[in-house]
Design a protein around this ligand. Structure first.
Ligand code: COA
Length: 163
């Protein structure tokens, strides 16, 4: 099992993993599968340029999990980085891949930004615990943040200082 930063050349494997995540665990993400399923391969390649996306892979090179780091683009928010898209394939969970992906993103973010933010659904206590163990703390809640099949759910906002 290895962990590495993906490059635009990994666009096809990244696309497959990302679309599996949105399709198999729709309640865990703000984005819907339908929003990204029709995007061309080049769009996924551009995402890999815009964000630093770390992935875990098995011995054959199949991607097992991912986490993205992206610096905020706004001038007054350039000290803030965002983690998004955390996903580990079901068969690979519970082995520390999630924790290793967070550690890789934090190491990458250190020295670039002073604050890291991550969002997690209120109905996802496992992910929240994982983020707390990695140093994140809750700073707020966005009520009625996502609406799926007519049902609203809140999003928990978490952050940690790196300096
Ligand atoms: C949340 C997620 C990324 C965690 O990945 P992971 O590689 O299992 O993470 P780790 O192994 O580092 O730690 C996971 C925790 O689950 C426990 N665990 C053990 N076996 C497990 C299993 N079969 N499946 C899931 N979790 C398991 C671990 O002991 C650990 O402790 P905790 O229950 O106190 O939190 C993964 O479950 C996932 O992709 N879920 C669906 C998508 C999702 O919720 N993404 C987060 C969006 S904010």
């Amino acid at each position: 099992m290895g962990l590495r930063r993906l490059t635009p050349e990994d666009a096809a494997a990244f696309r497959a993993l990302r679309l599996d995540a949105l399709r198999l665990d729709p309640t865990a993400f703000g984005r819907a599968w339908a929003e990204e399923a029709g995007k061309p391969l080049a769009w996924f390649g551009e995402t890999l340029e815009r964000a630093a996306i770390f992935a875990a892979e098995d011995a054959t090179g199949r991607l097992l999990g991912m986490l993205a780091y992206q610096g905020d683009a706004m001038l007054k928010r350039r000290h803030i980085g965002h983690l998004w898209g955390m996903y580990v394939r079901e068969e690979a969970r519970g082995q520390g891949l999630g924790a290793a992906l967070i550690a890789a993103c934090i190491a990458h973010a250190r020295g670039q930004v002073s604050v890291l933010q991550i969002m997690v659904g209120e109905g996802n206590p496992g992910a929240r615990r994982l983020y707390e163990r990695a140093g994140f703390q809750l700073y707020g809640t966005e009520p009625a943040s996502l609406r799926m099949d007519g049902v609203d759910s809140a999003t928990l906002l978490m952050f940690q200082r790196l300096d």
